[in-house]
Design a protein around this ligand. Structure first.
Ligand code: NAP
Ligand code: G4F
Length: 340
C-alpha cells in the first residue's frame, strides 16, 4: 500500500511495546518488532495483535534479536528501512540493575549506540525515539522538567543517561530526527509483576481469593508520579511526528507514596492494607530515588499531550484487571484481563 509507514520497535514484547504496536497498527503502520529467543513463550502481551505468519495481508512482523547483537540490529534496520524507530528495549528493573550492572549497561546503555549506528550505516532518513526515564533525575528533588539537572541513583539510571546523551549527540552530530521521551512511571494491567504497582494489585487480587495472606514490601515512603501506559505510548508517537526532534517529559504532575497506592488498592476491595503488609529489607535499593513528580507542561504545549488517568484510578483499574485475570485462571478460562 503506498504511503504506508513502517516502524521498528525494540522491546515490543514489553508493557509499552505491546501498547505502542497496537497504536501503530491502528494507524495503518507496518510494524516490525524485535523479540528475544526464549525457552518459553515471551510474546503473551502481543496475543491480541498476533497475526498468522502465513496470512497474506499481515502488518506485524517479529524478528529474533538482542540489543547486544550489533550485526542483527544493522541487518534489521537495513532490511526494513523503517520510517520510525522506537527504542524501548532495556533491562528495565532498577533493583535488578544493582545485581547485574554490567549486563544492564550493555543492554540499556550500549544497545542504544548500536541501534543508532545501525541507522547511520543504513543511510536512511528515519525518526528515532529513545525511551528515557525520570530515573535520570534520581536525587534531584521534584518537580522535574526537561531543564532539571540529572543525578541518577542506580546502574539502570546510569545506563539510561548514556542513552539519553547518545540520542542528543546523534541529533547534533548527524542531524538525526532523534527525540528523548523522559517518561515518569507508567503502569497498566500489563505491567511486569515485580514492579511495585503490579506487585500490589496482584497481591490484592490473590488475598481476596484466599491465595495469599501477606505482602512483603520495601520502602513504602518513596513518591512516584504514576500514569497509565496506554496513554504514554500516544506521547511517544506524537514526538516522532513533530517537525523538529526534541526532548519531552511525560507525567501526570501528581505524586503519591507507595503507602498511598497500597491504601487505594486495598480499600478498593474493602480491606485495610496495614493488616496484610509487612516490611522486607530485601526489596530496598542500595541508593533510593526518594521522589519523582514530573512537570509535563512542555508536552501539553507542544504535543497537546495530557495524562488523563491519575494514580488513584490507575490503582482501581489494575486491581479490577488482576481480579478478573485470577478469576479466569481459577475457572480455567485463560483469557488475559489486560484489555484496558
Ligand atoms: P518492560 O516491560 O520491562 O519491557 C522491556 C522490553 O525490552 C521487553 O520487550 C524485553 O524483552 C526487552 N529486552 C530486554 N532486554 C533485551 C535485550 N537484551 N535485547 C532486546 N530486547 C530486550 O519495560 P516497559 O515498562 O515496557 O518500558 C519500556 C521502555 O521504557 C524501557 O526501556 C524502560 O526502561 C523505559 N521506561 C519505562 C518506564 C515505565 O514506567 N514503564 C518509565 C520510563 C522509561 P522480554 O519480554 O524478552 O523481557
Ligand atoms: O515499581 P518500581 O520497581 O519502579 P522504579 O524503580 O520507579 O522504576 C520504574 O520506573 C522508572 C521511571 O521512573 C523506569 F525507568 C523503570 O524502568 C521502571 O519502570 O519501584 C517504585 C518504588 C521504588 O521507590 C521502590 O523502592 O517503589 C519502591 N518499592 C517499595 N517496595 C518497591 C517495593 N519496588 C518494588 N519493585 N518492589 C517492592 O517490593
Amino acid at each position: 500500500m503506498s504511503g504506508q509507514k513502517t516502524a521498528l520497535i525494540t522491546g515490543i514484547s514489553g508493557q509499552d511495546g505491546s501498547y505502542l504496536a497496537e497504536l501503530l497498527l491502528g494507524k495503518g503502520y507496518e510494524v516490525h518488532g524485535i523479540i528475544r529467543r526464549s525457552s518459553s513463550i515471551n510474546t503473551s502481551r502481543l496475543d491480541d495483535i498476533y497475526q498468522d505468519p502465513h496470512a497474506s495481508h499481515r502488518r506485524l512482523f517479529l524478528h529474533y534479536g538482542d540489543t547486544t547483537d550489533a550485526s542483527m540490529l544493522a541487518n534489521i534496520v537495513r532490511e526494513t528501512q523503517p520510517d520510525e524507530v522506537y527504542n524501548l528495549a532495556a533491562q528495565s528493573h532498577v533493583k535488578v540493575s544493582f545485581e547485574i550492572p554490567d549486563y544492564t549497561g550493555d543492554v540499556t546503555g550500549l544497545g542504544t549506540i548500536r541501534l543508532l549506528e545501525a541507522i547511520r550505516a543504513a543511510g536512511i532518513s528515519t525518526r528515532f525515539y529513545q525511551a528515557s526515564t525520570s530515573e535520570l533525575y534520581g536525587s534531584t528533588p521534584p518537580p522535574q522538567s526537561e531543564t532539571t539537572p540529572f543525578h541518577p541513583r542506580s546502574p539502570y539510571g546510569v545506563a539510561k543517561i548514556y542513552s539519553y546523551w547518545a540520542t542528543v549527540n546523534y541529533r547534533e552530530a548527524y542531524g538525526l530526527h532523534a527525540s528523548n521521551g523522559i517518561l515518569f512511571n507508567h503502569e497498566s494491567p500489563r505491567r511486569g509483576e515485580t514492579f511495585v504497582t503490579r506487585k500490589i494489585t496482584r497481591a490484592v487480587a490473590r488475598i481476596v481469593a484466599g491465595l495469599q495472606d501477606k505482602l512483603y514490601m520495601g520502602n513504602i515512603d518513596a513518591v512516584r508520579d504514576w500514569g497509565y501506559a496506554k496513554e504514554y505510548v500516544e506521547g511517544m508517537w506524537l514526538m516522532a511526528q513533530q517537525d523538529e526532534p526534541d526532548d519531552y517529559v511525560l507525567a501526570t504532575g501528581e505524586g503519591a507514596t507507595v503507602r498511598q497506592f497500597l491504601e487505594a488498592s486495598f480499600s478498593h476491595v474493602g480491606l485495610e492494607w496495614e493488616k496484610y503488609v509487612e516490611h522486607d529489607s530485601r526489596y530496598e535499593r542500595p541508593s533510593e530515588v526518594d521522589a519523582l513528580i514530573g512537570d509535563p507542561a512542555k508536552a501539553k504545549e507542544k504535543l497537546g499531550w495530557v495524562a488523563k488517568t491519575h494514580w488513584r484510578d490507575l490503582a482501581k483499574l489494575m486491581v479490577d484487571a488482576d481480579r478478573k485475570q485470577l478469576d479466569d485462571e481459577l475457572s480455567g478460562r485463560h483469557v488475559r484481563a489486560d484489555r484496558g
